[in-house]
Design a binder for this molecule. Structure first.
Ligand SMILES: CCCCCCCCCCCCCCCC(=O)SCCNC(=O)CCNC(=O)[C@H](O)C(C)(C)COP(=O)(O)OP(=O)(O)OC[C@H]1O[C@@H](n2cnc3c(N)ncnc32)[C@H](O)[C@@H]1OP(=O)(O)O
Length: 233
């Protein structure tokens, strides 16, 4: 078992994926990487894809690179335009199975005076990572998400996020994300690795509010409905 190393160096690249390397910032890591064995333990599934995992395959019906992904649900805390308390993360399809996103830290998102709350940053990462599943046309929910906070993020900062699916194994979708300050090439502020688990629409109707799911299904924005439901989990 490898020991954790400062700055996220414990992360490793998955064989067979296109490791997005670098920059000059010593805190920078790779987008295509998952956590090392330190957080995976017997009986507790972790973030390391199993040996039978394969590379993700972009769905032919996925939005073209550069296309805005919009919101999957108007009241979603992460992306919903109708959610006054939300983050209003704006995400765009990237090349391959990647997504870029932007999130501007508001005064309501403070933890310490003038600085973003860590949980808010995790939410922005979760939202961006979750958007990647749309390029696979998969309905999936976060099973596990591990975050490195590399730099404080001041209020007013626009965080530029990039997420990439790195591997798929059965219902499990492994993805990683990075958030940079001020521009897509700015200094790294946060990084995360996650595993999402594919679910059926019943996950939302049984556990959530079925009436609101029905309303969401009749949303006049056909793209939003397609994003949320017209997929084969
Ligand atoms: C208006 C309506 C809109 C509706 C359409 C919306 C579209 C979709 C968007 C969703 C919203 C986006 C927003 C951002 C993404 C969230 O934030 S999603 C919200 C946060 N996440 C949750 O609430 C999930 C809560 N957890 C659960 O419901 C269940 O634990 C899960 C994750 C569905 C898994 O339960 P399960 O289906 O019984 O699966 P289970 O058989 O236990 O495990 C299946 C496999 O996954 C692995 N696994 C399970 N849990 C974990 C874990 N925590 N770690 C690692 N591996 C795990 C298992 O080991 C197993 O692996 P294999 O044995 O196949 O190798």
């Amino acid at each position: 078992m490898s020991a954790p190393v400062k700055g996220g160096e414990r992360r490793r690249k998955i064989p067979g994926t296109n490791g997005h390397t670098a920059g000059k910032d010593p805190a920078e890591g790779r987008v295509s990487r998952v956590s090392g064995a330190t957080t995976d333990s017997p009986g507790r599934p972790g973030l390391t894809p199993p040996p039978d995992a394969g590379p993700p395959v972009r769905h032919p019906a996925a939005p073209a690179p550069g296309e805005p992904l919009g919101a999957h649900y108007d009241l979603c805390f992460g992306c919903g335009g109708g959610q006054p308390h939300g983050l209003h993360v704006r995400s765009y399809a990237g090349e391959g199975v990647t997504v870029t996103a932007e999130f501007t830290v508001q005064p309501a998102h403070q933890g310490a005076p003038g600085l973003a709350h860590g949980g808010i940053l995790v939410s922005a990462l979760d939202e961006t990572l979750g958007s990647v599943n749309w390029l696979l046309q998969a309905i999936a929910v976060t099973g596990r998400l591990e975050t490195d906070f590399v730099r404080p993020v001041p209020v007013g900062t626009t965080l530029h996020l990039r997420a990439e699916c790195t591997a798929v194994a059965g219902r499990k979708i492994y993805s990683s994300a990075v958030g940079r300050i001020g521009s897509p090439d700015g200094p790294v502020a946060v990084r995360a690795d996650a595993v999402f688990i594919r679910v059926k629409v019943e996950h939302f109707t049984k556990n959530g509010r079925p009436d609101e799911v029905k309303v969401a299904m009749t949303d006049p924005d056909a793209r939003k409905v397609a994003r949320a439901f017209e997929v084969n989990p």
